[in-house]
Each structure stands twice: as C-alpha cells, then as structure tokens.
Design a protein around this ligand. Structure first.
Ligand SMILES: Nc1ncnc2c1ncn2[C@@H]1O[C@H](COP(=O)(O)OP(=O)(O)O)[C@@H](O)[C@H]1O
Ligand SMILES: [Mg+2]
Length: 389
C-alpha cells in the first residue's frame, strides 16, 4: 500500500479503446440530440413548405387585390427564401450547440465515471484506502460516489480489524508458548528443578492458552449471532443479587466493597439467566480488578425510558477518553503492560457486548478519565406485561 489513508483517485488516464465507454456515451448523446434535431427540422420544413405558402398566398391576394402579379410572385419568393434560410441557420446552430453540449456532458460524466472505475480497480486490488472526490454533477452521481466511498471505508475497516485480530492472536499465543518452551528447556538443562512450583508455572501457561482458546471460540460464536438463548422471565433483583454473591469472595480478597442497589417494582426481563450472569460477571470482574483496595463497586438495577438498566460502577482507576470508544473491541486493553500481567485477554467486554446485543439490549461505558472510576450500563428491553408462558 503506497498511498496514504484517504487517497483521492485522479481521473483514469489509461488509453481507452475507441469503442469504449467514453465514445459510447458521446455517441449515444449525439444520436439522441440528432434525433431531436431531425424531428424538429422535418416538422419545421413541412410547416414552412406545405402549410405556410398557401396561407401566405391567400393573404397576399386578399390584402393586395390591386397589385401586379409579378409583385405577388416576388414577395412569395422572398417569403420562401427567408423561411428556408432561417430554417437552415437555426438547424445548423442547434446542431453545433448539440455537439458542444454532448461533448461537455460526456467529458464531465466520463471523468467522474473514470475516477470511480479506477478507484474500484484499486479496491479490488486490496487498496481499500482509495476514495473518489465528489463529482458535483447532481444528486445521482454524488450519491453513487458517496455509496462507493462508504463501501470502501467499511472494507478498509474490516480489513484492519482482520489484520489486528490475527496479530493479536499471534501475540497472545507467543507469550505462554515462549514461557513454556523456556521452562521446559531449563528443566532439560537441569537449571530449574521439576518441583511443584515449576509444574505450577507450566500449568498456569497451559491454562492461559486454554482460556484464550475458549474466549476466542466464545467471542466468535457470540459475534456471529450463534448464541442459543434459553430465555425465561427473570426478576432483575434476583439477577443482580446472584451476580453480587458470585463476585463476593474475589471482591473481599481484593479489599473492595460491593454495594447492591435495586429500585423498587422493576419490570421483569425476558432473558437467559446464565448469559446475563456471564455479562454481569464480566463487568464485576473488571470493576474489582481495576479498583484498588478500599474502593467500592456499585451494582444498580433501575429503569430508564421504559427499559431496565443494570449498572456496574466503580471508584477505581477509570478509563481515558481516548480508550473509552474501544474497550468493547476484541483484545483491546487500555493499559497494556499491566493488564497482560493481571491475566485479562481483552475479550471479556467484546463477549459482554455480543451477549447483551443478542438479547436486544445495548451496553455503554462511561468514565470521567483516569482516577475517577468507570461505569458500565447494560440497557435491556422489559419483558411484555403478561407472561408469554
Ligand atoms: N471497570 C474498569 N475500570 C477500568 N478499566 C476497565 C474497566 N473495565 C474494563 N476496562 C478496560 O477495558 C479493557 C477491556 O476489558 P475486557 O474486554 O474485559 O478485557 P480484560 O478484562 O481481559 O482485560 C481492559 O483491559 C481495561 O483496560
Ligand atoms: Mg475483563
């Protein structure tokens, strides 16, 4: 890829075959205009040659009853000559204008189409940064160019995502595999004894690889919409209470308090309780991991705009505005070095988002920046008032 992002494509300057698109367009336009001219010419000729002279002749006889025959003849000849002359001049001028207009239009339209063609060729060749400038030729061509640019941008985006995914997977695999081989080599060379501690290190790396494989499978399944939801009517208060109970021991070990706050008379949800436990578990796990001892994690259930909102807020390290829009992307970690050691693979929030969306909900993150805590809000549609089953 040699051109920078957002490269703008110039007109295609490659020689075109004579029967190609451009001459085709000019030819068609000229033929259409010639047809109009010929029709107009024939009609005018008929009117001037067949209908006009008798009318003129009759008027001459009536107005100039006393005039000589030769004067009438002269006047009538003058009428015919003037008629023919004006017809010829008008048709000639119209033909010239038609030629000019079709050449002008063809050149403008042709240039825009040529830019589109060469940009399409670039995109087909894998250069997804190719864009076409606005043709400024009315809504139809502008829309075509806009749609093309949109398509190219989307392709560019998914190509970038694919490449990043591959390099992320490679990176995630490299660390545990390198640690495993180094450990095994040290054991072979007798540098490290094969005792319980060493076995634990080997086990940990194995577990990390297993978790990565599981996470990858889970996120792929969730994002391809291949999640089987075993939905039933659930009270948000119960979901929140069991999620809080599940995180309890880990929060206690980290010295983080967990506060549950449930609004009264919440509408029920029609959700898969296990998937929702996974969603809340991921959010609570993150909150506890990113909150220093002495902090608080707050789990709230409430309503907003007719939907049920489950909120996980913490008083922890917060998320920078620059990272906030990306935290739901696969493998995204705001704090690379530290989080790699704390064990997250950066897939949890991608799974969370996919699961929430499978339920017809949305999830968003908010933070005032580093040091001021983070809030994750899961918004879900309330179950219909009368139970479906
Ligand atoms: N409560 C939180 N406070 C601060 N940062 C967070 C919080 N939750 C998520 N993040 C940031 O978002 C990133 C992605 O989260 P996640 O997808 O769960 O990955 P992981 O937990 O495996 O690192 C985390 O690495 C972290 O940088
Ligand atoms: Mg996580």
């Amino acid at each position: 890829m040699s051109a920078g992002p957002g490269a703008v494509v110039g007109p295609d300057t490659r020689p075109r075959n004579p029967g190609g698109a451009r001459s085709g367009l000019t030819g068609r336009l000229l033929t259409a205009l010639a047809l109009v001219l010929v029709t107009a010419g024939v009609t005018a000729w008929l009117v001037a040659g067949v209908v006009g002279p008798p009318i003129f002749h009759e008027h001459m006889l009536r107005s100039d009853a006393g005039g000589t025959g030769s004067a009438v003849d002269h006047t009538e000849e003058a009428f015919l000559t003037a008629g023919a002359l004006s017809l010829l001049i008008a048709l000639g001028t119209a033909a010239l204008v038609a030629l000019g207009v079709s050449l002008f239009l063809t050149r403008r339209i042709g240039a825009s189409l040529a830019q589109l063609t060469s940009a399409a060729r670039l995109v087909a060749g894998g250069r997804f940064e190719a864009r076409v400038p606005d043709p400024g030729m009315g809504p139809e061509l502008d829309e075509l160019a806009g749609a093309f640019n949109h398509m190219a941008a989307r392709l560019d985006e998914s190509e970038g995502l694919r490449r990043r995914l591959l390099s992320d997977v490679a990176h995630e695999l490299r660390t545990p595999v390198a640690t495993l081989s180094a450990q095994l080599e040290s054991i072979e060379d007798g540098i490290v004894p094969l005792d319980a501690g060493t076995v634990q290190v080997l086990r940990d790396q194995g577990a990390r690889l297993t978790r990565l494989a599981e996470d990858l499978a889970a996120v792929t399944r969730a994002e391809s919409g291949d999640v089987r939801l075993d939905r039933s009517r659930q009270d948000p208060a119960d979901l929140v209470a069991s999620a809080a109970a599940a995180i309890g021991p880990r929060a206690e070990a980290a010295g983080v308090a967990v506060v549950v706050d449930v609004a009264p008379a919440l509408p029920a949800l029609d959700v898969d309780p296990e998937r929702l436990a996974q969603v809340l578990g991921n959010l609570l796990d993150n909150a506890v991991r990113h909150t220093p001892a002495g902090g608080t994690v707050r789990l709230r259930a409430g309503t907003a705009g007719g939907r049920v909102e489950l909120t996980v807020g913490d008083t922890g390290e917060g998320i920078d505005a620059q990272h906030l829009p990306h935290v739901f992307e696969r493998f995204y970690r705001a704090e690379d070095a530290r989080d790699r050691h704390s064990g997250g693979s950066g897939i949890g929030l991608a799974i969370t988002k996919a699961l929430v969306e499978a339920h017809g909900g949305t999830v968003r993150a908010a933070s005032e920046g580093r040091g001021s805590g983070s809030t994750f809000v899961v918004s879900l549609p309330a179950a219909p008032a009368t139970p479906a089953r």
